[in-house]
Design a binder for this molecule. Sequence first.
Ligand code: HEM
Length: 174
Amino acid sequence: MSDRTQEKVAEERLVDPVEQHPKFHRLESRIALAGHPIHAMLVAFPIALTVCVLGADAFYWWTGDVFWARAGLWAAGMAFLFGVLAGLTGTVELLSVPGIRQRAASWTHFIIAVMLLSILGMNWGYRLLGFEQAVLPYGIMISAFAVVFTGFTGWHGGKLVFEYQIGVSSSGSS
Ligand code: HEM
């Protein structure tokens, strides 16, 4: 038998025990409205609000207008609270759908997302101690870091959907 054929035979014999699980391909969202995952609908809010905090901080730095510091406080609070809400829906999805639970990538997303939530919480909590003094220099630095980390988390969430087809419906073609 040639090396190539031997390699092929060995590959065919390899069995991934996780993939053998009867529910491995059960990936459809359960936390959904008419089949559309609620998590995917909610994540837009913390993502957009986190970018708004950085924008408000930049405008405060530029203009010195206290309005922007207050806007940053509110945006940071809402980013955190909507992030927690999105995280809760994602977590219930992760725990209740067997195919999602069995994929390592889902747990990676969970860990990255919980780290993000702690950064969003810090950004809000720090401002609660004095929202105007908080902006420069540390508030804006936390905001910039939060935007980068949100991008990373969102990109990874997209990977779950677009690469692993997690949460997608397999029932309809029209
Ligand atoms: C804390 C726990 C979280 C868990 C367990 C979780 C889990 C999931 C799951 C299972 C999906 C696949 C789609 C679905 O079934 O709904 C997903 C997608 C996604 N997640 Fe999360 N997630 C969490 C938090 C977050 C947070 C905080 C963000 C961003 C702020 C985020 C951003 C995304 C994005 C952008 C997608 C792709 C949505 C799409 O394009 O349709 N996730 N997540």
